[in-house]
Design a protein around this ligand. Sequence first.
Ligand code: 2NL
Length: 340
Amino acid sequence: MLDESIRELESRCLARIASAATPEELEAARVEALGRKGGLAQTGKDMGKLAPEERKRIGQSLNSAREKLEQALEAKKGQFAEAALRGRLDAEWIDLTLPPPGPHRGHLHPITRIQREFEELFASLGFTVLDGPEVETEYYNFDALNIPASHPARDMQDTFWLHGGNLLRTHTSPVQVRGMERLGPPLRMIAPGRTFRNESVDASHEHTFYQLEGMMIDRQVSVANLIHFMKAMLTAVFRREVIVRLRPGFFPFVEPGFELDVQCLLCGGSGCPVCKQSGWVEQLGCGLVHPNVLRTSGIDPEEWNGFAFGLGLTRLAMMRYEIDDIRWLQSGDLRFLEQF
Ligand code: 2NL
């Protein structure tokens, strides 16, 4: 009779242990099987009434049942612990081979990047890269460039004049004037940098913008030489062969002077919104340096001549990166800058 109820108790408790789905259910099964008020303890209570032989046999079978249940409990507990560990390992792993995030790295402004590109290109062609003051005298910004005293560029509306007669340079030409004085002929130089005009600011006009001017002075420099260098420069910048055309253009510091257009890179010349259906996009101004400009800076125009050009880096950056409002470039707005 007792044998049977021990076996029954054992198999019932084993089944509960096996079906426990959580550590809490397993604990309840343990209390039910091995606890002080549990089945085995209750059964053991009646042992005193048994004959010694019987008591020994029942005692052994109780012990064996207890051992089996304890083993089953331990095994199940181990399973839960292992599952919990696996869960934590899945949820909490970190990849120690990943590089650390480190500080947030900045980068160059899109205009600076274009400027550096030009500097490297022209340095490779034998040009010296010159820098110069942003606050200039009237002489270097206007007089030395054959710009007449009456020229509208000198107007209050176009130029930021400073107290004492100086001004913010309206182009980087004064750097080239200083370059002619200092280097003497023959020379090759470029003058990239920040320039200022007294503009009403809107989507396409800024008071502060970037320019690149360049000049080559030697014996018998021709318009063919000029076109060669302009094509080399534009091919490098646009990273493809470009078709150019010259139109007459007036700048007091060159003679003859030209506007140079590139056949539209978007439509190939057939007409589109970017070229305003003309097939051509204006790129830069250029020409052969005016003899007055050479003479003023101590270069004999009978012996030497040269070409010069000027282009807007700001406009080029806007075209290259499809920026539709010039004001973004000086805004300092990281939402804009982080896109480059
Ligand atoms: C333009 C036109 C140009 C020059 C700049 C230059 C400088 C000296 C002597 C002669 Cl010191 N010329 N520079 C020549 C032709 C055109 O720029 O539209 N720039 C954005």
